[in-house]
Design a protein around this ligand. Structure first.
Ligand code: FES
Length: 383
């Protein structure tokens, strides 16, 4: 983030602190509870949000070398993302063109080619069918036509984007609607993956993202953990198309008042939350990045799965560094898992009871309203 933006945002924080206010939506918003429990709604979300929109598959540091690959099945199609020999990132359906076996599992290094574990057909990292054992038995096959099915994939500013639909057009700049230069400034390509955790929980996928989108609950739910570090009920909000930036000031930001603006550093004194529509939350912490990518599980309205990728500025080379990042990751997971997610589980069961037909978002919850309104708009436009 450039210095002028940091100074402007810090100025807005000070203005809110002085006036005892927070960023406000233009009005309160009533939101249908069926968005969280309707199977029809989930089917629509899967068909539109998880098929037609660019999904962030990870950061460049997760595929540092040619041959490195990762897989993803949660969008609803089996995807393998790989860095090819020329250094480009490519994505394919993780499906062998012989009889459909999965080529690879999890993440790892493919070497120079993918080799199918069933009968040994091999594919280059650019998806070309290279080898067929006992090729004579497949006389007449057009190898050019039996390469892996490629998906649109773009690596930009350290982020790897894929649309899980062959032939779709992928333009990250268009998708990010003005946010791309700001994200580029963070130098995400230079971060190293410390660890990925996969969490599966019993509530609608959108609730994971909801929990990041207002500090109104900090003083109550997190009163004894992260709450004291941040201001309860104070945030800045900016929308970028369907994406958003939420700025959560730490109490330490007050120390900047006595410094010249040229020395103002926003990142040290905030948690910066970005929602990269539709299912990614990027949290810029003081010294690391959390990447949350959330998916529904199959056709279950009340089940979600999320990846938490923990990205750090330097590779871990000492035991003390390892302990430092272990503690950091542990605090992150305990905060959401012991405080936020139990509330989400309760909300989901309350939804199922149909006790009420709408939720209400206050004017002090503008990021939450923006996220849910963006989903409503995307579904309306996509149907
Ligand atoms: S299914 Fe892959 S080689 Fe047969």
């Amino acid at each position: 983030m450039d210095n002028a933006t940091q100074v402007r945002l810090i100025g807005e924080v000070f203005a809110h602190l002085d006036a005892k206010t927070t960023a406000q939506a233009s009005d309160i918003m009533y939101h249908e509870t069926s968005a969280y429990y309707s199977p029809e709604r989930l089917a629509q979300e899967k068909a539109i949000l998880f098929r037609k929109y660019p999904l962030l598959m990870g950061l460049s540091g997760q595929l540092p070398e040619p041959g490195d690959f990762l897989t993803d099945d949660y969008s609803g199609v089996p995807i393998v993302v790989v860095r090819d020999r020329g250094g480009d990132v490519r994505a394919f359906l993780n499906v062998c063109r012989h009889r459909g076996a999965r080529l690879v599992e999890g993440c790892g290094k493919a070497g120079r080619a993918f080799s199918c574990p069933y009968h040994g057909w091999s594919y280059s990292l650019q998806g070309k069918l290279m080898g067929i054992p006992d090729q004579g038995s497949f006389a007449g096959i057009d190898k050019e036509d039996r390469g892996l099915v490629e998906l649109p994939a773009v690596e930009r500013d350290g982020m790897i984007w894929v649309i899980p639909t062959p032939g779709a057009t992928l333009d990250p700049d268009d998708h990010l609607a003005g946010l791309a230069p700001e994200l580029a400034n963070f130098g995400l390509a230079d971060y190293h993956l410390y660890e990925t955790k996969v969490l599966r929980r019993s509530f609608n996928w959108k609730m994971v993202i909801d929990t990041f989108l207002e500090p109104y609950h900090f003083g109550v739910l997190h009163a004894d953990t992260v709450g004291p570090l941040l201001f309860p009920n104070l945030c800045l909000f900016d929308g970028f198309g369907h994406n958003l930036r939420e700025t959560l000031p730490r109490r330490s930001i007050e120390t900047l008042r006595s410094l010249p603006e040229i020395d103002w550093d926003l990142i040290t004194h905030t948690a910066m939350v970005y929602v990269l529509f539709p299912n990614t939350v990027l949290v810029m912490q003081i010294d690391h990045v959390e990447l949350w990518r959330v998916y529904p599980v199959a056709d279950k309205v009340d089940e979600c799965v999320m990846y938490l990728d923990f990205l750090i500025p330097q590779p871990v080379e000492t035991e003390s560094a390892k302990r430092h990042w272990e503690r950091n990751m542990d605090l992150t997971i305990r905060t959401v898992d012991e405080e936020d997610f139990p509330v989400s589980t309760g909300i989901q069961s309350g939804m199922a009871s149909k006790a009420q037909s709408t939720l209400v978002f206050g004017r002090n919850e503008p990021a939450l309203a923006h996220f849910q309104r963006s989903i409503n708009e995307a579904l309306a436009a996509g149907s």
